[in-house]
Design a protein around this ligand. Sequence first.
Ligand SMILES: [Zn+2]
Length: 282
Amino acid sequence: MEAVHEVFNLTIPELGEIPALEKPCLLCGRRDFTPLNSFVLNQRRFHTVRCRHDGMMWLDPQPTEAFYQELYSQRYHAAGPDDPLLEQATLDVHSNPAERQRVAEIRLQQIEEFAAPGRLLEAGFGHGAMLITAASRGWQVVGLELDQGCVDRMHEAGVAALRGSLLDYDGEAASFDVVGMYSVIEHTLDPAAHLEKARALLKPGGLLVLRLPETAAEGPPASLIAHTYHFDAHTIMVLLRRCGFEVLRIDNFALWKPTRYPGELWNMNVVSRKKNRNVPTL
Ligand SMILES: [Zn+2]
């Protein structure tokens, strides 16, 4: 195997040893890939790889669920701008409140082009500007977040929020008009399970709104431990269709420029609608 670009080699003692598993392609199930870049964390080497058959990209191997539970409940939202591992966490969490508010308004305007205010669930709400803004516009909101501090801040703001992941949420089936996941799906160990759970929670014709990086074929500029899957417009559309959604709109949304690594990464907003599987299509 040809040597690939090494983004960093880092030891963070408090993370300890990182258990990790090799993963097949999310779309075709094969392990026939091209390595794009790599990094070493606590003596373990990770690669960003690209499937030779369908272009799906992912982190390989991937740390286990327990590692990410710990990461997102303890460290992610508390990361400072100098944290070398979690640079991505500083984007939303540390940007200024006026900017958060502006972004939340844009996101809601986009949703309201397709749906009147009703029940909205946001998984992985972080600072919560989206939930607070949605509530002020007449939406009945529920938020899910792994970090108890984020949940406490929503309760102080009078917003319904629970600690936990989408997969563990026991909300009523077919009860939401909108499910939003902003900067979430690329962090999960099982994106298809998240889309299927969102589908189960949505009413017929309900909207799923995702924000995620649109990664170029050469891979992301900085493949950090937090991003487990790297999509582009094609691969997310394939996965959404497979999970029972019709894609209505894909927009470029914002550009991310890492401060520590060269290169940049576009994000996209993807609006899709739950399809009724029982209706035959001609
Ligand atoms: Zn594949």
